[in-house]
Design a binder for this molecule. Structure first.
Ligand SMILES: [Zn+2]
Length: 490
């Protein structure tokens, strides 16, 4: 049995989560569940970045106490995990005592190594990014992520000798593997190659929010330096059982806007602290809504919790993965969601399950007949897509299988076979039911609730991925047709 540790980025709690947050968490959940299905021991981590000045600012704007503000807002993120039926093993908050201690511990380790020194910082700071930004990164004088002019800052600060790790970083980024998709690796490689690695300011002065520097009470730890540490503090670095078992992370799943922090800054921090670096940074694209960037001013911020309440968690999970080729930007629209519910979920999968169970009820007294599965389907493409993180294509392979099954039933016409008292009838119904069992395993990472419902209808337990071989369904089990898996939406 292998181990698999996957993390998402941790979110600022200055506002409620939007559909983009849901997207990232669902992808991570699909990968976590896929690994469990393959017999791996999995740890899936998500959480919130609470030490950011952004949170403090939002609290002040609302005239609220900062701690009370983050305590209230974090609930929306925890609720989102539940609503989306995420299988996360832990939810980390960076205001947790253990995270604070471990962040200070790692800061101290880097300091004692001689990799942190005091100097003067002079330059531009984007409050949206919570990061210093160079002239070169600006577009029309503004931060391209936030479309805002950065602030000019000059203050005495502590610096991390990131420059010391330039060679090692180039070596890490030189060959394919560390960052996925590969063009995201090349972007990082080229940037280090062209600009070199500069030392990183890792403190903020005179802030009343954040983690205090272990060696200087006038400063707090720069929020990115502490935020990245969540990936090891959640595992109780350095002596925790979880840390020993699951570190290094197999995948840090992140959005393209924070690639530099994960693919460059984080590894150099780990090199300095003498902690193993993660195996892979996986970068997804951004979601647009109805073709436009998600933003408050455009009024297109969709609340994913509302969508789940309206359409169900599985429907939203399905559409988020199905509609967006992994790594690329993709568009979300409620119209496309409804189309997919009707054609693929209600008609495709829902219809296959309901007609097959209906015929089992009618012709076999609700018992799985003896038979041989005549529907052959090659799963190698599905597996290949999964391994390459082409999750949308993995889904379309499953739906190809579903369509094959529906076509098989249409062609075999069990209702005619029943009239003719044909012996073939039991094989035909068995084929459909055994294939549905396999499909329930295949769809499990994507739509886990539906997968469970199918198993309940068949009277079986969810199998492992190795149970996707045909003819494993036992005859004689009592089935239960029950309600439709999905209802059509007009
Ligand atoms: Zn910015």
């Amino acid at each position: 049995m292998g181990k698999y540790y996957i993390t998402t980025a941790i979110d600022y709690v200055n506002a409620k989560p939007h559909i983009g947050h849901a997207y990232e968490k669902v992808i991570a959940d699909v990968l976590a569940r896929w690994n469990r299905l393959n017999g791996n021991e999995v740890f899936y981590l998500t959480g919130t970045d609470e030490n950011a000045q952004k949170n403090a600012q939002a609290a002040k704007e609302q005239g609220d106490d900062i701690q009370r503000f983050v305590d209230r807002n974090v609930r929306y993120f925890i609720e989102l995990c539940k609503k989306l039926n995420l299988s996360n093993d832990y939810f980390i908050r960076t205001t947790e005592e253990k995270h604070i201690k471990i962040s200070q511990n790692i800061f101290e380790k880097v300091l004692n190594k001689g990799d942190i020194y005091k100097g003067t910082y002079e330059g531009l700071y984007c409050q949206g990014c919570e990061a210093f930004i160079t002239e070169k990164e600006l577009v029309d004088g503004k931060c391209p992520e936030h479309n805002k002019e950065p602030k000019y800052v000059k203050e005495e600060n502590y610096f991390f000798k990131m420059s010391k790790y330039e060679k090692e970083m180039l070596k890490l980024l030189e060959k394919p593997g560390f960052v996925f998709p590969d063009y995201r690796r090349k972007e990082m490689y080229n940037r280090v190659k062209e600009e070199g690695l500069k030392d990183l300011c890792v403190s903020r002065k005179g802030t009343d929010w954040g983690i205090e520097l272990p060696n200087d009470k006038d400063y707090s730890i720069y929020v990115w330096f502490d935020a990245l540490i969540n990936y090891v503090s959640a595992l109780d670095y350095p002596n925790g059982k979880l840390f020993k078992k699951f570190w290094p992370a197999d995948v840090h799943l992140i959005g393209k806007g924070i690639n530099w922090f994960h693919s460059v800054i984080w590894p150099t921090m780990l090199m300095s602290a003498e902690i193993k670096i993660p195996k892979q940074i996986v970068v997804h694209g951004y979601l647009t809504v109805d073709g436009q960037k998600i933003s408050k001013s455009l009024g297109n911020v969709i609340d994913p919790v509302e969508l789940v309440e309206k359409y169900g968690a599985d429907t939203l999970r399905y559409v988020l993965i199905r509609d967006i080729p992994f790594g690329e930007d993709g568009d979300f629209s409620e119209k496309a969601l409804i189309e997919r519910i009707n054609s693929e979920l209600a008609n495709g999968l829902g219809n296959l399950v309901s007609r097959s169970l209906g015929m089992t009820e009618k012709y076999f007294d609700e018992k799985i007949p003896k038979g041989v599965n005549l529907i052959k389907f090659d799963l190698s493409k599905f597996e290949e897509h999964f391994e390459k993180l082409e999750l949308h294509s993995a889904l379309s392979e499953i739906w190809r299988y579903i369509n094959e099954c529906n076509k098989f039933i249409d062609e075999k016409k069990p209702w005619v076979l029943a009239k003719e008292n044909s012996k073939e009838l039991s094989d035909v119904i068995y084929s459909a039911l055994d294939s549905i069992r396999i499909i329930s395993i295949l769809v499990n990472p994507f739509i886990p609730e539906t997968s469970e419902k199918i198993n309940d209808k068949l009277g079986v337990k969810l199998g492992n991925y190795k149970d996707t071989k045909i003819n494993l369904l036992k005859s004689g089990i009592k089935t239960n047709k029950g309600d439709n898996l999905f209802n059509r939406v007009e």
